[in-house]
Structure formats: structure tokens, C-alpha cells
Design a protein around this ligand. Structure first.
Ligand code: NAD
Ligand code: ZN
Length: 240
């Protein structure tokens, strides 16, 4: 049975690296983009597509509309970590898991207790004034009306999330690649593996066993030692 196989693979590993995406947080009530209940399915009612709204040029041109969309579709400040986040944090504490690489911006891995988290797409919890670089909490962004502005210089506050048209932080990408290279097991879950360059990280795996847990098939299923199609929190919850 697939669960037994998964348990065996994980037990045999000294170093596990987890690489995940939006599907890791759907069981915490945060919708993904491309899954069946995802944000991209809502496109019809919008004048702009989510990709357009979440681009740097849209942010610069229509910051107020960006923040309208962002506050109601991208930030879920009441969400709590689920069994997948908790299992990964536990394995790190036990010294079996060396890193969590995530495309998520929700901060739920840290909330669950994970320490070595590489956030490829940034975090809603970090926000900076575009002019003087002062730091602001998520609370400031959520509580302000319209465009959140800096109390020091009145500059526009921008979330530290990677928008379309922006590049990923090279240092985070390199560090993620180096952990993945050294892993005995690369456990990938809750990602359609279709957003680049993040998805390209799978190619950094140098001979480690590859396990994919996703609700729907991905283009890398053929390459994996084990594929489980199912809900990741449920599955990792069984193992803890
Ligand atoms: P995606 O939306 O492209 O894909 C999510 C995948 O997870 C889908 O293939 C879906 O079938 C699968 N999935 C959904 N629920 C699952 C579950 N419970 N168990 C297992 N699999 C499940 O997401 P992506 O590939 O991560 O890329 C989208 C981008 O959107 C990310 O880069 C991220 O920055 C951003 N995003 C972040 C969040 C978040 O922070 N929670 C939420 C939505 C989107
Ligand atoms: Zn400022």
C-alpha cells in the first residue's frame, strides 16, 4: 500500500527535504490557484485575471485595486497550520528533515514550528515602505484602508511577495537548491509544479528518492519513485 511505501522511504532517509506549494495550505482553508476550488477558476467575474492583478505593473499602476484584491483573496490571517505543516515541523525537530522549501506566502510552516523555511515567493508577514524601507506587519496592511502608507515618509507599503514580472531572490533559490541536492529524499507536495523557476528546483535532486503527494497528476509523475494522489494533511497526518 502506498502509505506503507511512503513510511518505509521516509524511515530509510537521514535527510528529508520538503518542497511544497499552495496545496499544502488548502486543508487550512486557504484556496490554491490551480486546484479544483482554486482562484483561477474565479476568473470569469473579474475584469482582470489574477495573474494581471498580481503583477508588478498592476501594483504600480493601480495600487488601490491591487490591495482590494490582495486583502480579500491572498491573505488569510485566521488560518491555522494543518497536519502537514505540523508533521514537517516535528520531523525537523527530530533531525530528520533539513529544510522546507515553499512557494507559499502564508507563513503557516513557521507558525507550525518549522525553522529552516525557504520562502521562494516571499511572505505576507513582511511588508516594506517602497521609499524608506521601513518594515510593517501584516496587521498594519490589513487594518489600513485603501493603499497602506508609511507613517514616516508617506511612501507606499509593498508586501514582500514576489509578484509576476518580479524575479525570485537568488540567495533563497540557491540555498533551496543546495538543500535539495544533499537530500536522501525529496518529498514534494501540494504543488502543480507548473510555476517556474520554482518548479525547476526538482531538477536539483541528485539521486535522492523522489516522492510526490498531490491531488492531481503533475508532469513529473513519471520521474517519481512514489506518487500518491490524495490530500497531503490527511496523508502526513497518518504518519505522525
Ligand atoms: P497551484 O495552485 O498551482 O497548485 C496547487 C496544487 O496542489 C494543485 O495541483 C492541486 O491539485 C494540489 N492540491 C490542492 N489541495 C491539495 C491537498 N490538500 N493535498 C494535496 N494536493 C493538493 O500552486 P502552486 O504550484 O503552489 O503555485 C501557485 C502560486 O500561488 C505559488 O507560487 C504561491 O506563491 C501562490 N499561492 C500561495 C498560497 C499560499 O500561500 N497558501 C495560496 C495560493 C497561491
Ligand atoms: Zn517610508
Amino acid at each position: 500500500m502506498a502509505l506503507d511505501q511512503l513510511e518505509k522511504i521516509l524511515k530509510s532517509a537521514d535527510t528529508i527535504v520538503f518542497f511544497g506549494g499552495a496545496g499544502v495550505s488548502t486543508e487550512s482553508g486557504i484556496p490554491d490557484f490551480r486546484g479544483s476550488g482554486g482562484l483561477y477558476g474565479k476568473k470569469a467575474g473579474l475584469r482582470f485575471s489574477p495573474e494581471e492583478i498580481l503583477s508588478l505593473s498592476f501594483f504600480v499602476r493601480y495600487p488601490e485595486a491591487f490591495y482590494d484584491f490582495y486583502r480579500s483573496n491572498m491573505v488569510f490571517d485566521q488560518a491555522k497550520p494543518n497536519k502537514a505543516h505540523l508533521a514537517l515541523a516535528k520531523w525537523e525537530a527530530e533531525g530528520r528533515l533539513t529544510a522546507v522549501v515553499t512557494q507559499n506566502i502564508d507563513g503557516l510552516h513557521q507558525q507550525a514550528g518549522s525553522r529552516n523555511v525557504m520562502e521562494l515567493h516571499g511572505s505576507v508577514h513582511r511588508n516594506y515602505c517602497m521609499d524608506c524601507k521601513k518594515f510593517f506587519s501584516l496587521d498594519t496592511v490589513m487594518k489600513s484602508k485603501g493603499i497602506p502608507r508609511c507613517d514616516l515618509c508617506n511612501g507606499i507599503i509593498k508586501p514582500d511577495v514576489v509578484l509576476y514580472e518580479e524575479s525570485l531572490r537568488q540567495d533563497v533559490l540557491e540555498s533551496a537548491a543546495s538543500f535539495i541536492e544533499k537530500a536522501d529524499v525529496l518529498l514534494i507536495g501540494g504543488t502543480s509544479l507548473s510555476v517556474y523557476p520554482a518548479a525547476g528546483l526538482i531538477n536539483c535532486n541528485k539521486g535522492g528518492k523522489l516522492v510526490l503527494i498531490n491531488q492531481s497528476p503533475t508532469r513529473y509523475d513519471q520521474k517519481a519513485d512514489l506518487v500518491i494522489n490524495g490530500k497531503i494533511a490527511e496523508i502526513l497526518g497518518f504518519l505522525t
